[in-house]
Design a protein around this ligand. Structure first.
Ligand code: SF4
Length: 424
């Protein structure tokens, strides 16, 4: 499959981050088309397009908007630009190089749900992205696309930038809402879902940067145009961020049904240093690891779920055959341990034990008992954590056991060397 530049148009159109260049290439035409329709008609078009959220869960965007009650005001729109998932680096490129595409998408979404205030919750370290957004917001306001009575339609919108302090959990939508309200960034119990009770207990839609950036094209060209790529249930393109042991790491925008084999071996140039392929993680570290038998799996939300993983953030991490899977597991679990917010004991205590046991195992001080206890701790966390962070940590360990369980025992000091070699 060839790359399709819908969201990465800046790679073909120099300086599209400038307002005049953006407008010269159809910028704000999607918003203009939206404002000529009723909010419900805009929601219907997005439903027909089949656009699914690109932040991780893959929930249909138009359906999510449809849950917002019509008669409760004010409503809020939040753009999730926290982008903290290891292996994920797509939103930053979109925002830095084509900020108007996102601003236009935010205004379309806010109009559809009739929100008069929007927040961009963005990762604090991305200072250049923040500057680009501020400039784009100012340009949009100066040309009547933002502010009071937009283009004489009676619809008004103010966009605020909210810079976060670097907590991974604040990418979770309810923790993000707490953070914007000034509270500790910890998840809230659901239901009620944010569409009904979100920011300050008012209806709130939270969409990711990549999701919102699809809206200008869909409104400008229509749902059928968008459906020419991908599959019936997973239409459009995705930006796959390939990292790890490949020749050409980077971002690739491709139809959603590209296979892992094509992405890794054709677009990303295959495994680096002439080494062999061992495994890949298809959607950021939260997505359970997959192996060679899954290389021909299309990278859609549904196909990846069918093989026990998930599309997640689209960050594809490739692992070569020189990689020690116990060490890899340690790195991922250490991340979750560091980012656990501490609200619930299965995650707070479970990630502590996972990290402690893995530290012993990879340093050569672990025993068979430690390795088996690690598996037990992870199994006991299943379906007990308050939010997906803890579930992801146990999922990482369980998936490695499923495909590479024997490798763990290579590190056990109470297994004779001869037996250890046989196991490897
Ligand atoms: S699972 Fe972890 S991150 Fe989520 S609420 Fe519990 S302690 Fe916090």
């Amino acid at each position: 499959m060839e790359q399709v530049y819908l969201l990465l148009r800046h790679r073909e159109i120099p300086n599209i981050d400038q307002y005049d260049v953006y407008v010269a290439h159809g910028g704000y035409e999607g918003l203009k088309a939206a404002l000529e329709k009723s909010p419900d008609e805009v929601i219907d078009i997005v439903k027909q397009s089949g656009l699914r959220g690109r932040g991780g869960a893959g929930f249909p965007t138009g359906v999510k908007w449809g849950f917002v009650p019509k008669d409760v005001f004010p409503k809020y729109l939040v753009c999730n630009f926290a982008e903290g998932e290891p292996g994920t680096f797509k939103d930053r490129e979109i925002v830095e190089n084509n900020p108007h595409q996102l601003i236009e998408g935010i205004i379309i979404a806010a109009y559809a749900i009739q929100a008069s205030t929007a927040y961009i919750y963005h990762r604090g370290e991305f200072t250049y992205a923040a500057a680009q957004l501020q400039k784009a917001i100012a340009d949009a306001e100066a040309h009547g696309w933002l502010g009071e009575n937009i283009q004489g339609t009676g619809f008004s919108l103010k966009i605020h930038l909210h810079r976060e302090a670097g907590a991974y959990i604040c990418g979770e939508e309810t923790a993000q809402l707490n953070s914007i309200e000034g509270y500790l960034g910890q998840p809230r119990l659901k239901p009620p879902f944010p569409a009904v009770e979100g920011l300050w207990r008012k209806p709130t839609v939270i969409n990711n940067v990549e999701t919102l950036s699809n809206l200008p094209g869909i409104l400008r060209h229509g749902a059928d145009w968008y459906r020419q790529w991908g599959t019936e249930k997973n239409p459009g393109t995705r930006i796959y961020g390939v990292s790890g042991h490949v020749v050409r790491p980077g971002l690739y925008e491709l139809p959603t049904n590209v296979t892992a084999r094509e992405l890794i071996f054709e677009h990303a140039g295959g495994i680096w240093k002439g080494r062999g392929f061992k495994a890949f993680i298809p959607g950021g570290v939260s997505a359970p690891i997959l192996t060679e038998e899954h290389l021909d799996t299309p990278l859609t939300f549904d196909d990846l779920a069918a093989v026990g993983s998930m599309g997640g953030s689209g960050g594809v991490i490739v692992i070569d055959d020189h990689t020690d899977m116990a060490w890899l597991t340690y790195k991922m679990v250490a991340f979750y341990r560091h980012e656990s917010c501490g609200k619930c004991s299965p995650c707070r205590e479970g990630t502590y034990w996972q990290k402690m046991l893995l530290t012993r195992i990879v340093s050569g001080r672990g025993t068979r008992t430690d390795i088996e206890l690690l598996k037990q701790v992870s199994d006991q966390m299943t379906n007990k954590c308050f939010c997906p962070l803890g579930e992801s940590s146990r999922g990482v360990v369980q998936a490695v056991y499923k495909y590479f369980g024997d490798e763990m025992y290579v590190h056990a000091k109470d297994i004779p060397v001869l037996q250890t070699e046989q196991r490897s």
